[in-house]
Every structure is written in structure tokens, then in C-alpha cells.
Design a protein around this ligand. Structure first.
Ligand code: NAG
Ligand code: NAG
Ligand code: NAG
Ligand code: NAG
Ligand code: NAG
Ligand code: NAG
Ligand code: NAG
Length: 183
């Protein structure tokens, strides 16, 4: 419980958007893969599984539905696109979250480049190495939670927890484009 309380405090921090690196409008920057850090998650890679963002080490396969991914930031609209690390072709490439009030939904990938009141593909930024989302009010938010899957240990979905509600099984995570130090 202590862990939760500390994490929640750390999750809601406010800062000027000016802190975030700014670049020319048409720049793209390869960010590499993202990794989730939290209780029992010591830097597990975020990967593509049926257009949903999963966390863990999944066996590599030739199925076009599963791949480790490399993220690229489009600074024109602060969106993130992904390319597969293997040779499969992905069914969708724009990273999105559901930012609707009350949502606790999986992050994923869509071909649509438009944002709605719920699904948004823009507003992402790096704060140091940490992936944040900038709200309309200009707050940097990190509402990433790892939700365990029902029948495999160390396999999670990456969710955006709009109200930061506590959950019995899910854990708050920090998402960084830094792989864990190899041991
Ligand atoms: C995917 O490829 C990128 C670019 O080569 C690399 O930086 C990253 O470590 C790879 N991701 C995984 C999970 O191996
Ligand atoms: C973390 O792992 C330990 C040991 O397996 C387990 O007892 C604990 O419930 C796990 N914590 C969470 C939040 O899953
Ligand atoms: C992702 O890369 C890790 C090693 O970094 C590997 O263990 C895992 O099998 C890969 N997953 C996929 C879906 O290729
Ligand atoms: C993927 O395809 C390659 C080339 O066809 C093959 O050598 C490899 O065994 C396949 N891997 C899996 C996991 O099916
Ligand atoms: C998304 O775009 C990719 C690449 O153009 C394409 O292969 C895929 O079928 C599209 N997916 C959907 C759901 O339209
Ligand atoms: C962001 O801008 C790029 C480059 O102009 C464009 O290709 C892409 O569709 C846009 N994505 C979103 C989510 O608006
Ligand atoms: C467990 O895994 C199987 C095989 O991947 C899948 O069909 C099933 O839906 C999963 N069950 C749950 C409860 O997630």
C-alpha cells in the first residue's frame, strides 16, 4: 500500500510544457522501444499484440500480430508511430490512449490519425526518458498501469488509468525508453 501511495503522488506532477524538448515542426526522432518499470516489473518491453500494447517477453513468432516495436516521435503533432523489430507488417502504427473520464483502458495502435474525446494519438512527450502525456491543461501526466493477463505470469497489458483508481491486481508503472541494465 505504501508503494501505491508514493506512486500516486509521483504520478501527478505539473510542469510547464516548455520543459519538454522542442524541435522543428517536421522533425521525427527515433525513440527506441519502451520498457515498463514498477513492482515486479523491472523493465519489461512494451510490444504489439493484435494492435494492443502488451508488456512482457513474448516468444517471437512469424504471426503478423506480435512484434517488439520501435517508437518514433513526430514532433509536428507529438504523436508516436511504431515499426516492428521483426519482419512482420503491423496492422496499425499510431500509438493511442483512451483519455475519457473514468476510462481504465488498454493503450494500443490505430491507423486513424484523428483524435476524439476518448481516443487520442497526440500529446505524447518524453520527460527525461519517461513517457508522459500532456493534458489540455498543460499538465504532464503518467497514468500508466500494468494489468496482468489472466493466464500467463509476467504478461500484462499497458493501460491508461484516467482517474488513477487503485486496483487489486494492476500496478502503476513508469514507461521509459531505456532498457534495464543487463546483469
Ligand atoms: C527494437 O529495435 C530498436 C532499434 O534497433 C532497439 O533500440 C530496441 O532495443 C529493440 N527492442 C527490443 C525490445 O529488443
Ligand atoms: C510481486 O511478486 C511477489 C512475489 O511473487 C508477490 O507476492 C506479489 O503479490 C507481487 N506483487 C504484485 C503487485 O503483483
Ligand atoms: C522482444 O525482445 C526480447 C528481447 O529483448 C525477446 O525476449 C522477445 O522474445 C521479443 N518479443 C517478440 C514479440 O519478438
Ligand atoms: C519464421 O520464419 C522463418 C523463415 O521462414 C523460419 O525459419 C522460422 O522457423 C519461423 N519461426 C517461427 C517461430 O515460426
Ligand atoms: C493499417 O495500415 C497498414 C499499412 O498501410 C495496413 O497494412 C493495414 O491493413 C491497415 N489496417 C487497417 C485496420 O486498416
Ligand atoms: C502527425 O504528423 C505526421 C507528419 O506530418 C503525419 O504523417 C501524421 O499522420 C500525423 N499524425 C497524427 C496522429 O496526427
Ligand atoms: C488463455 O489463453 C488461451 C490461449 O491463448 C486463450 O484462448 C484464452 O482466452 C485465455 N484465457 C483467458 C482467461 O485469458
Amino acid at each position: 500500500m505504501m508503494f501505491h501511495a508514493l506512486s500516486i503522488c509521483a504520478l501527478a506532477f505539473v510542469a510547464s510544457a516548455a520543459i519538454v524538448r522542442t524541435r522543428a515542426d517536421d522533425d521525427t526522432t527515433e525513440l527506441g522501444s519502451f520498457y515498463a518499470y514498477g513492482q515486479n516489473l523491472s523493465g519489461l518491453p512494451i510490444f504489439f499484440n493484435h494492435a494492443i500494447a502488451y508488456i512482457g517477453y513474448e516468444a517471437s513468432s512469424n504471426a503478423s500480430t506480435v512484434a517488439n516495436i520501435t517508437f518514433t516521435e513526430q514532433s509536428a503533432n507529438s504523436s508516436l508511430t511504431v515499426t516492428p523489430n521483426n519482419t512482420v507488417s503491423l496492422s496499425a502504427s499510431n500509438f493511442y490512449i483512451n483519455r475519457e473520464a473514468g476510462a481504465f483502458s488498454t493503450a494500443g495502435f490505430t491507423n486513424a490519425s484523428t483524435s476524439s474525446d476518448s481516443v487520442t494519438t497526440t500529446g505524447f512527450a518524453l520527460y527525461g526518458s519517461q513517457l508522459v502525456w500532456i493534458s489540455d491543461a498543460g499538465e504532464l501526466e503518467q497514468k500508466w498501469w500494468a494489468v496482468p493477463t489472466a493466464n500467463k505470469t509476467n504478461l500484462y497489458t499497458l493501460n491508461w488509468n484516467v482517474e488513477n483508481v487503485l486496483s487489486e491486481s494492476a500496478v502503476p508503472v513508469v514507461v521509459k525508453n531505456k532498457a534495464p541494465a543487463s546483469t
